[in-house]
Design a protein around this ligand. Structure first.
Ligand code: PRT
Ligand code: ZN
Length: 309
C-alpha cells in the first residue's frame, strides 16, 4: 500500500493528465486501441476505475459515457473521449439545471460514427417532420430532438426511455422514435423505417475550458500529435508498383492524395520505373485494376503503422 500525502497528491494533480473514457461500450475498444497505438501502457484491468499509465504521466478514469461530459465540465478530469451526441445532450441538460457547461473540443476521432434519426413504423406514410405534430416520440435524447422540432414549429410529446427505444412503437408507448442508428439493422428488425436524420455524431476528445498546467499541456500536445499520426496512418497506404515511364502522369491522376511519388530507375529497363507513393485516401480494388490497365505491374498496397509529418 502506498501512502500519499495531500501535498504529493497536489503535485500529481499538476503533472498527470487525467482522461475519462467509456468503461465498457461501443467506444471502449477503439479508445483503448488508440491509446495503445499512441504508446500508453496500462497494467490494471478494465475493472479498475482508475488506471495509471506506466510509461507516461497519464491516468485513465473508466466511467459510463453519460458521465464523461460532466466530469470534464466540472473539472474533475482534464480530458474525455465521448460521442458528440452525449456531449451536446448533456450540455443542454446541464444548462437547464444551471450547471457548468464549458469545454473545448480538442479533436474529432475516427470512430464512434452514428446518427440520431427519427424512425416510424414501416407501413406509415411519411412527408416530413411536420407529420410528427401531436405525436408521441420515444427518445433518449430529448434535447437534441427538441432543438430540431422546435425549429420546425412541431408540437409533440417526448417519451423519455434510456434503453430499448426501438420497441416503443410496437409496445404502444409511442408513435415514432428518435434514436441512434449505425447500420439500420435494429430499426429494420423492429419494423421501423428511418425517415429523417436530426444529428450526426462522432467520438470527440474534449478538454476542460481552463488552461492546463504547463506540464499537462505539453503532454496533451504530444498525445494529440500521436493521435493525429495514428488516424492519418489508418487512412493511408503505401503503394509500390512498376510502371511504364510514358504513363506516369495518368497513373498519378488516378491516385488522389498521393503527393510527390518517388520514382526509381529499374536496372536494364529504360522504359519502366518503380513508383513508391503514400496515398492519403482509401485504395479500392477498382483503382488497382485501372493501374493495371495503364501498364502497372507488381502492384503492392501496404498498410502504414505510424505517420509524422
Ligand atoms: O454503459 P454506457 O452508458 O457507457 O453505454 P451506452 O449503452 O449508453 O452507450 P453505447 O456503448 O451503446 O454507445 C456509446 C456511444 O457510441 C454512443 O453515445 C454513440 O456516440 C456511439 N455509437 C455509434 C452508437 C452506435 N454507433 C449505435 N449503433 N451508440 C448506439 N448505437 C445503438 C443504436 O441505438 C441501436 O440501438 O446500437 C444499436 C444498433 O445500431 P444499428 O443501426 O447498427 O442496428
Ligand atoms: Zn450511456
Amino acid at each position: 500500500m502506498s501512502i500519499t500525502t495531500a501535498s504529493s497528491e497536489q503535485a500529481m494533480e499538476k503533472k498527470r493528465l487525467r482522461i475519462a473514457i467509456q468503461k465498457s461500450g461501443r467506444l471502449t475498444d477503439d479508445t483503448e486501441k488508440l491509446f495503445r497505438a499512441a504508446g500508453l501502457k496500462f497494467n490494471e484491468s478494465r475493472d479498475h476505475l482508475l488506471a495509471h499509465a506506466e510509461n507516461l504521466p497519464i491516468d485513465i478514469l473508466r466511467v459510463r459515457d453519460d458521465d464523461i461530459p460532466g466530469l470534464v465540465m466540472d473539472h474533475v478530469v482534464d480530458l474525455g473521449i465521448v460521442g458528440q451526441n452525449v456531449l451536446e445532450e448533456t450540455a443542454m441538460q446541464r444548462e437547464v439545471d444551471g450547471m457548468p457547461t464549458g469545454y473545448t473540443q480538442v479533436m474529432i476521432m475516427n470512430f464512434g460514427d452514428c446518427r440520431l434519426s427519427v424512425a416510424v413504423p414501416s407501413e406509415d406514410d411519411w412527408h416530413g417532420l411536420k407529420d410528427l405534430e401531436g405525436k408521441k416520440i420515444a427518445t433518449t435524447y430529448p434535447f437534441l430532438l427538441r432543438r430540431v422540432l422546435k425549429a420546425q414549429g412541431v408540437n409533440y410529446k417526448a417519451v423519455i426511455l434510456n434503453g430499448s427505444v426501438e420497441v416503443a412503437p410496437r409496445a404502444g408507448l409511442a408513435d415514432a422514435i428518435c434514436d441512434l442508428v449505425c447500420t439500420g439493422a435494429t430499426l429494420q428488425s423492429n419494423g421501423l423505417k428511418e425517415v429523417e436524420t436530426v444529428y450526426t455524431s462522432k467520438a470527440v476528445l474534449i478538454s476542460r475550458d481552463q488552461p492546463l498546467y504547463p506540464e499537462k499541456q505539453r503532454m496533451l500536445d504530444i498525445l494529440v500529435q500521436r493521435f493525429k499520426g495514428i488516424m492519418a496512418a489508418a487512412e493511408s497506404k503505401y503503394i509500390m508498383m512498376n510502371a511504364p515511364k510514358a504513363r506516369l502522369e495518368e497513373i498519378r491522376k488516378i491516385l488522389p492524395g498521393a503527393e510527390n511519388p518517388s520514382i526509381i530507375a529499374l536496372d536494364g529497363n529504360p522504359d519502366r520505373v518503380a513508383m513508391h507513393v503514400v496515398s492519403r485516401e482509401k485504395v479500392f480494388w477498382e483503382t488497382l485494376e485501372q493501374l493495371k490497365k495503364l501498364g502497372a505491374t507488381s502492384i503492392l498496397v501496404v498498410p502504414i503503422e505510424k505517420m509524422l509529418d
